[in-house]
Design a protein around this ligand. Structure first.
Ligand code: DGJ
Length: 562
């Protein structure tokens, strides 16, 4: 070998080593978020990951034993991720004495079933209350003060104004994150962490303890004013209106800056919860920097602050949360209401990827999952109470008869198809070429979306029923463009799909062919060609209510004519 070829050989070896070490570094990096095109994606072991999740009931993960038969059931439903609480009282039952045996048992259970975990830190708050704080915290009112009502009575809510509560919560959370780093640094079983759960105050719109009253009368923190000024053009409308209606002041008390309406109390509490949670999240991230988020309980129509969780990361307060809690990567809605598209849309914003940690399951959940991934580039979706449908929160899903409980067979079916489509969905979320349509209730007859050169209309079949407007009447379809004139379509519910175009040239869209396809050994295999009665002699694609359960997707090819 002459000197030149020796040099070239050395360079090739060096390049190979650099590539190998780069890809090793990528796959050993902790789960994190990355922007790909217009989507923000969760990266796990060097690759984008679509969270097909489910959240277990609040107390399930307090017992490793209880979870043993649950894990394989969830894996069989094609979940890839389980959202589960880890409580402050479980890991720090006595002050300063940490016990991670529950955490280790949960990691083991998940790994044995090839599942990932999202940890829900039930620290100082769970649904505004403090039921998961350790007994040594609960019972010491002097050291750990509570939120107070206007008449001076206490509530069982730790005060977000207390530095004692905050610092001990943050210390325990940091210990948990340090433990996860040590126990999980190679396996990446834990993907993300939710910090606290559905915070806020009820039944009044703000804390009336002496310290809270004093803060309410003090100046709005200059850092928040600075944020408002810098982000004025893109502030959420409710916040911008409140600020501008009070003359967009650059200093003053909360009521001077935002007006003396109940919403101002909500903004004030949002700042307080967010600054507190920032300290907790930052302490955790300094040990192990997994993506972290906070979740919100949403608002029923016409409810005022205090009737709902005042101070939570609700759409109208997202700017306040962003300004106060930069260690949180995003904010998430718990969507049990039937207006899924509205609520999900308010969280799928630039700088805030959509992740739905709690949602209705059953047929409604299946449709909402297709919509979230296809239309809103969601990083994940997760029906609540996935381990036991018999405990579903009936009142929240508008059901009074237990026989009508959501049946999670629909989630199993949706996740089976979504797990097959996941690589394509992730690719198209980043590069474009994906959308979805959703019909919410009988009254909504049709929805039109646009993809490539085509308008796609999803429409109900048959006449409107006046009586039935329930979530189970929800229909959705996801559309993935595989070539300029070719789409993969998967649907939840019964509907028909037609295609048209506004593009100049050939104005009429014809269906060249529709093939039903099934995923077999990692490939989409065509079976019947459906060009006759099944699809109105080629005039529309008909979705059947059984499509997801049967694992059927459609490959549609279009052409144009005059
Ligand atoms: C919302 C909470 O975040 C969950 O922990 C659980 O309590 C559900 N509500 C029950 O409906």
């Amino acid at each position: 070998m002459n000197r030149k070829s020796t040099l070239l050989a050395c360079l090739a070896v060096c390049a190979a080593l650099i590539c190998a070490s780069e890809s090793a570094a990528q796959s050993t990096a902790a789960p994190h978020l990355e922007k790909h095109g217009s989507a923000t994606q969760l990266i796990v072991d060097g690759k984008p990951f679509l969270i097909l999740g489910g959240e277990v009931h609040n107390s399930s993960s307090s017992s490793v034993e209880y979870m043993k038969p649950v894990w394989p059931r969830l894996a069989a439903m094609h979940l890839n991720t389980v959202l589960l609480p880890i409580a402050w009282e479980t890991i720090e039952p006595s002050e300063g004495q940490f016990d991670f045996s529950n955490v280790d048992g949960l990691l083991e259970g998940a790994r044995a079933n090839n599942l990932k975990i999202i940890v829900l830190w039930f620290g100082a708050w769970k649904n505004t209350f403090s039921s998961y704080a350790p007994a040594w915290v609960k019972s010491n009112l002097d050291r750990f003060p509570r939120v107070q009502l206007a008449d001076g009575r206490g509530t069982e809510r730790l005060s977000p104004f207390s530095t004692n509560v905050r610092d001990d919560d943050a210390r325990a959370f940091a210990k948990l994150m340090a433990h996860l780093r040590d126990a999980d640094r190679d396996q990446h079983t834990v993907l993300m962490v939710q910090v606290e759960n559905e915070v806020g105050v009820i039944p009044e719109s703000r804390d009336h303890s002496a310290v809270a009253e004093a803060a309410f009368k003090s100046q709005v923190p200059p850092s928040l004013i600075k944020y408002l000024q810098a982000q004025r053009a893109t502030l959420e409308p409710e916040l911008r209106t409140a600020w501008e209606s009070a003359s967009a002041k650059t200093s003053g008390s909360w009521q001077e800056v935002f007006g003396s309406a109940p919403l101002t109390d909500d903004f004030f509490m949002a700042w307080q919860y967010a600054t507190y949670i920032e300290r907790v999240a930052a302490a955790g991230k300094s040990e192990y920097a997994l993506p972290m988020y906070a979740n919100a309980a949403l608002i029923r129509p016409n409810y005022e602050p205090g009737q709902y969780n005042s101070g939570g990361p609700l759409p109208h307060s997202l700017d306040i949360w962003r300004a106060a809690a930069p260690s949180l990567d995003f904010f998430s809605p718990d969507i049990y209401f039937n207006e899924f598209a509205y609520w999900a849309g308010r969280y799928a914003r630039p700088g805030n990827p959509l992740f739905v940690p709690e949602a209705q399951g059953g047929a409604a959940g299946a449709a909402n999952a297709l919509y979230s991934f296809g239309r809103l580039a969601a990083i994940g979706f997760s029906p609540f109470g996935i381990d036991d449908r018999d405990n579903a929160p009936l009142d929240l899903v508008g059901i009074t008869n237990a026989a009508e409980l959501p049946n999670n067979d629909a989630i199993r079916a949706a996740y089976t198809v979504l797990s097959e489509l996941a690589p394509l969905i992730l690719e198209k979320q980043a590069s474009g070429g994906i959308t979805a349509a959703l019909l919410e209730g009988e009254a909504q007859r049709a929805a039109r979306v646009q993809l490539g050169d085509y308008n796609i209309t999803l429409a109900r079949i048959g006449a409107a029923s006046t009586s039935d407007n329930t979530a189970s009447k929800r229909v959705a379809a996801i559309f993935i463009q595989t070539a300029p004139n070719e789409f993969l379509v998967a649907g939840a519910g019964e509907a028909q799909i037609t295609f048209s175009t506004d593009k100049p040239g050939l104005p009429i869209v014809g269906i060249e062919s529709i093939d039903e396809e099934f995923y077999v050994n990692g490939e989409w295999v065509p079976r019947r060609r459906l060009n006759g009665d099944e699809n109105s002699q080629g005039q529309a694609l008909k979705l059947l209510a059984t499509d997801l359960a049967q694992g059927r997707i459609y490959r549609v090819r279009l052409y144009r004519y005059r």
